[in-house]
Design a protein around this ligand. Structure first.
Ligand SMILES: Cc1cc2nc3c(=O)[nH]c(=O)nc-3n(C[C@H](O)[C@H](O)[C@H](O)COP(=O)(O)OP(=O)(O)OC[C@H]3O[C@@H](n4cnc5c(N)ncnc54)[C@H](O)[C@@H]3O)c2cc1C
Length: 457
């Protein structure tokens, strides 16, 4: 065998499993295969000047490379079982929380000390939300910020570099079971290992489905979340963001009984584009460093759709809607809330005249031509509900960027150890469809590393 353990994917899931293996079983020979670049080589070519929009690089530096999809993210580690994945359904609520706290400790040790841990515990906003039909979910959130998150990754890499064989720019083609272990092929070479951890995230979704088919690992369709990113003056939400940083609020619409929720709140942050398999969607982030703050806060409003019978392809549905917005807007579309409710498109002049300055250059247009009516009605209803706890949310100048789509991988059949039907093959993180967040993906990495060490005793 070339290696005791091969890890596929160097996102949080892969990094934290490598970290725990190195720490607790230093004698093991470990390799990490990553389709993207090393951390210092990750650079998105969009500079707003020469390159204004996505040029579809071979590997997307925003989504791939050491640090995974989270490398340039806001670094919000939510410590909760209420959202961010269903890891607790496999490993138990208590253990899931313990592991998320353990990950938090590692982040602090590797450069995150001094960052703030916010909590909804005892918050007066819970009552205020309920009084207006809104529900604030429980969580503690460590906000590292894009800058500190990157520093933590640099320090983790410095720790792992001498202990792990890193293969960057090395997408894994196939995984086959052989001789009680696994054969992994990458760039025309084959490597063997006793145990294999697959942690390929959302960018590896199509690859993951193929591997599951090849290895006859069962899968189940997952949901897709579709909506918009809202951007407004930071003052409108400051009473919430100052105390909670991020508030996950759920609203049940009166019209259709659909659930709409806030997601990924970025106080004084920036709206950014995201490229998933060539489809441009919208996201957001913010820095811890006050000198990099903007005047705006952004967050997503999302509606979940889950298709199972006869149509199963929830992601395909989300992709089609995103493609439509890409077709009409050449990328992301931006619209003033006032224009949307008056049934007219936004134009460059109307955006220019508005009091909210966009942090992302997007194409002024009409989101009602892209989003299904039911989803759009739900979003509009929630904006008016949020206006009651954060007056100003429903102002004409509030900007809506579309579309934001959260794709979830198909849920892969694994047991309580996150081990597939092939002994020694573990599937973790967002690639498994079980986690959808930094903290859950990282916790799943620690969890399988410990299971592997336990099994080797
Ligand atoms: C802009 C942005 C902001 C975000 N902000 C937050 C946030 O604030 N808080 C939060 O909780 N979550 C956030 N997320 C989501 C978070 O980043 C993910 O949940 C998390 O990164 C999942 O970790 P992972 O290790 O499972 O997968 P990933 O981070 O996606 O890593 C998987 C890695 O596997 C590699 N890979 C894929 N296929 C192969 C292959 N065949 N061979 C080799 N390597 C392969 C990929 O290149 C990638 O580097 C954000 C995501 C984005 C894009």
């Amino acid at each position: 065998m070339n290696y005791d353990v091969i890890i596929i994917g160097a996102g949080p899931g892969g990094i934290f499993s490598a970290y725990e293996l190195c720490l607790k079983a230093p004698g093991l020979k470990i390799a990490v295969f990553e389709a993207g670049h090393a951390l210092n080589a990750r650079k998105c070519p969009i500079d707003g000047d020469k390159v204004k929009s996505c040029i579809n690089c071979k590997t997307c530096s925003v989504m791939s490379g050491f640090g995974g999809a989270g490398a340039f993210s806001d670094g919000k580690y939510n410590i909760t079982n209420d959202f961010g994945g269903s890891l607790h359904q496999y490993i138990g609520k208590q253990r899931a929380l313990e592991l998320m706290h353990y990950v938090d400790g590692i982040n602090l040790k590797f450069g995150g000390e001094g960052t703030k841990l916010y909590s909804t515990a005892g918050s007066k906003f819970k009552k205020e939300c309920i009084q207006h039909g809104l529900h604030l979910l429980d969580a503690s959130v460590r906000h590292l910020g894009t800058d500190i998150n990157f520093r933590v990754l640099e320090n983790l890499y410095a720790f792992l570099e001498s202990r792990v064989d890193f293969h960057f720019d090395s997408p894994v083609g196939s995984v086959t079971a052989a001789d009680g272990g696994f054969l992994i092929s990458s760039l025309g070479k084959t490597y063997s290992c006793k145990k294999c951890i697959i942690s390929v995230g959302r960018s590896g979704s199509k690859w993951m489905e193929r591997i599951c088919k090849d290895l006859e690992i069962p899968t189940h369709s997952n949901r897709v979340d579709i909506g918009v990113r809202v951007e407004l003056p930071a003052e409108v939400f400051s009473h919430l963001t100052d105390e909670l940083y991020e508030s996950k609020i759920v609203y049940c619409t009166q019209k259709y009984n659909d659930y709409v929720r806030t997601f990924c709140m970025n106080p004084k942050g920036a709206v950014v584009t995201e490229n998933t398999n060539g489809i441009i969607t919208v996201n957001g982030h913010s820095y811890e460093d006050p000198s990099k703050h903007t005047e705006n806060t952004n967050f997503a409003l999302l509606v979940a759709k889950h298709f199972s019978e006869p149509f199963k392809d929830s992601n395909g549905y989300g992709e089609s809607i995103a493609r439509l917005s890409n077709m009409l807007g050449g990328g992301v579309i931006v619209q003033r809330f006032g224009d949307l409710v008056r049934g007219r498109r936004s134009t460059p002049a109307r955006i220019e005249e508005g009091f909210v300055t966009p942090t992302l250059q997007a194409t002024p247009g009409d989101l009602s031509l892209v989003l299904p009516k039911r989803i759009l009605d739900g979003i509009i209803e929630m904006i008016y509900a949020l206006d009651k706890i954060a007056p100003g949310t429903a102002n004409d100048d509030t900007l809506l960027y579309g579309v934001e789509v959260k794709f979830y991988n198909v849920e892969v059949g694994v047991d309580k150890k996150l081990e597939s039907c092939h002994e020694g093959l573990y599937i973790i993180g967002d690639g498994s469809g079980i986690t959808h967040s930094l903290s859950h993906a990282s916790a799943s990495g620690i969890y399988v590393a410990r299971n592997i060490i336990e099994g080797m005793k």
